[in-house]
Design a binder for this molecule. Structure first.
Ligand code: ATP
Length: 450
């Protein structure tokens, strides 16, 4: 594994420079807790989402998808426990007016009510609900109170009955969903790690009580294998099992997969055994029967247990950038360009799969390059660049993680061959332009990160 030379500042700077992530409303000074995904960022985000979707649905016969709305009946959040319990303990400094999470400051200072920043007096700890509230309907008198969902999972639980009936699903089965979630987070540092608006990729797997432990282990294995397949440095991942003080009151067991970000090991996703808590609560609050009827077993009725795999899409994008980032010494001539910054993103999720670069604009090379790009477009996401020295153009592509660069030169005019430069090894192959789609397909399929 290459030496880690990643700092969050470098990631933030590259992300801005190359159009991955911008501060929200930047020209107005920015909006805390919100970020915009630029041309490279949206491609990367969409591709991670697509990869997850394929892994979870296409490759699992017993998982179906859902896209529930962000606005849900307010009772959903009473049933889920979010109205009562989805809180952070907060203290305010009476002097400097800063707000802190009580669980994140030194316990001695908290006991003395001493501000960690200015030494001023802190208020008592108060519970602060993380849900964003808004109002629906024409009158603003509180009767139209509605929440922006703080997680996508509840949209799955409330559709359990619909999906069993409409798609004749038999337990065990899962429902997958990707979508936005909103939390009024007070501490939003570390770039896109913790934001007020973010995206989740959640899968809820419904099982018969008694089979939950078996499937819990199964899903732990699947989720670990997912990162292996994405080519992530596995020595930067670890499991964290929730201790008794962390475990939600309804959960039987819970593990987080943590990644070693530049600021240390932090949660990437959770795999939780949620018991039958969720459907029991929704049955109580809605008055609807949410039992599963097992027609293969004498119409036995029960409320299923749920194994949840809950990942943050935007957080995963940050992890991919951190994991892929490398500053590499590629020459020793005492020049600035002895170094390159390269993102070793897996070709399956790289924003641009192949860049087409004519060596020169003139002598018909640009036209030839355009026609080769047009051929590749149908199957791959492509980029075209004809400006500047070829070495510079390779470096630009390295910085956005483009795994393959196809260069068109004078020989192309003679024999129809092009060079393909591999991002990671920088090695070049000469291949027939007409064979490129197949060549690239084979390279992507056999990709292994060095
Ligand atoms: P934390 O303890 O860090 O606040 P959590 O345990 O409440 O997170 P979950 O509710 O389990 O998180 O959410 C599942 C996943 O959603 C997390 O593993 C993370 O990847 C992502 N996530 C949660 N909150 C945020 C946020 N504010 N910004 C970005 N991603 C988030």
């Amino acid at each position: 594994m290459p030496e880690s030379n990643t700092s969050m500042d470098k990631i933030v700077s590259l992300a801005k420079r190359r159009g991955f992530v911008f501060q929200s409303s930047e020209i107005y000074g920015g909006q805390a807790g919100a970020w915009d995904y630029g041309p490279m960022g949206v491609e990367l985000k969409n591709r991670i989402a697509r990869f997850w979707w394929k892994e979870m649905t296409q490759l699992h016969d017993d998982i179906v998808g859902l896209d529930a709305s962000i606005l849900m009946h307010p009772k959903v959040w009473e049933a889920s426990g979010h109205v009562e319990n989805f809180t952070d303990p907060l203290v305010d400094c009476k002097k400097c007016k800063q707000r802190f999470r009580a669980d994140q400051i030194d316990p001695d200072k908290l006991a003395r009510k001493e501000c960690p920043e200015c030494g001023g007096e802190l208020t008592d700890t108060r519970k602060f609900n993380l849900m964003f509230k808004t109002n629906i309907g024409p009158v603003d008198d509180g009767s139209g109170l509605i929440y922006l969902r703080p997680e996508t999972a509840q949209g799955i639980y409330v559709n359990f009955r619909n999906i069993v009936q409409s798609n004749r699903m038999k337990i065990p089965f899962g429902i997958a969903q990707i979508g936005k979630a909103f939390r009024n987070e007070i501490v939003t540092k570390n770039f896109i790690f913790r934001t007020c608006e973010f995206e989740q990729m959640e899968m809820q797997y419904f099982v018969k009580p008694g089979e939950d432990e078996k499937y819990f282990e199964y899903w732990r294995g699947q989720r670990w294998a997912y990162y292996e397949k994405l080519g992530i440095h596995m020595d930067k991942l670890r499991w964290h099992r929730h201790g008794p003080d962390e475990l939600a009151h309804y959960a039987k067991d819970a593990y987080d997969i943590e990644y070693e970000f530049p600021m240390g090991f932090k949660e990437l996703e959770g795999v939780h055994n949620r018991t039958n808590f969720d459907l029991t609560r929704h049955q109580q609050f809605s008055g609807k029967d949410l039992q599963y009827i097992d027609q293969d077993n004498g119409n036995e009725r029960y409320i299923p247990f749920i194994i949840e795999t809950s990942a943050g899409l935007t957080r995963q994008l940050l992890m991919v950038l951190c994991d892929a980032y490398e500053e590499q010494k590629v020459a020793d001539k005492g020049n600035d360009d002895d170094f390159r910054t390269v993102l070793h993103i897996h070709p399956i999720i790289a924003p641009v799969t192949v860049a087409v670069l004519p060596l020169m604009k003139k002598d018909g090379l640009a036209e030839l390059a355009h026609s080769i790009r047009n051929e590749l477009k149908e199957d791959y996401s492509t980029d075209y660049d004809q400006s500047g020295a070829i070495g510079r153009r390779y470096r630009r592509q390295d910085e956005i993680g483009t795994p393959y660069c196809v260069t068109i030169d004078y020989q192309t005019k003679e024999d129809g061959t092009v060079t393909v430069r591999d991002r990671d090894s920088m090695a070049q192959d000469r291949v027939q332009a007409s064979a490129l789609p197949e060549y690239l397909r084979a390279k992507i399929k056999s990709y292994k990160r060095a």
